[in-house]
Design a protein around this ligand. Sequence first.
Ligand SMILES: *[C@@H]1O[C@H](CO)[C@@H](O)[C@H](O)[C@H]1NC(C)=O
Ligand SMILES: *[C@@H]1O[C@H](CO)[C@@H](O)[C@H](O)[C@H]1NC(C)=O
Length: 188
Amino acid sequence: MAKVPTLSLIIIILFLAISHPTNSQQFSTKVFKRPERLINLRFYLRESIRGDAPSALVVAQAPTTPTYRYNFGRLVVFDDPLTEGPNLSSRAVGRAQGMYVYADVDDVAQLMVYNYYFTEGRYNGSTLNVMGRDTPLLAVREMSVLGGTGRLRGARGFVRIVEISDDVERGVIVDEHDVNIYLYTRSI
Ligand SMILES: *[C@@H]1O[C@H](CO)[C@@H](O)[C@H](O)[C@H]1NC(C)=O
Ligand SMILES: *[C@@H]1O[C@H](CO)[C@@H](O)[C@H](O)[C@H]1NC(C)=O
């Protein structure tokens, strides 16, 4: 007998919970079901830190940065060319433009914030916006793609970076960038 009031109470609470959203809706909300695509982009990045026209510059650091073993506090700005293949003479597809700061006291690790800006093909003029922790001494690293613009608007996913070569004498690093993003088909 004691169960009957409990049951009707549950029914009343359920009724209130279901009816509440329609009563309180005061602004327009629309839900669109759109199919998602997984897109893979692969290209190569070349960063030169020395020579006549370096693509990466140290722009700031703390007076005490040299006392740290791993450049803690150093800020670097870069505008690195992206090419179709690992060779310098390979077709240009865009740039990686942004900055990184050495943000780890005990390791070589950087906070990276940059854009891929594409200048060729289907994604000419579009960007992808990347952020993450980079550990350049590791052969493979991963960072997040947080967004995109143009034909890549609303993209999200990740980039896997694999070192191809590191010419310490000339100060030239080449990395393969393997970008995997989800994109809605009607994002334009
Ligand atoms: C890069 O391109 C140059 C000029 O086209 C060519 O001589 C060289 O063999 C290429 N290197 C590789 C590793 O493909
Ligand atoms: C990319 O877009 C720019 C600006 O619209 C245009 O000037 C350029 O010719 C385009 N490049 C290619 C390869 O389509």
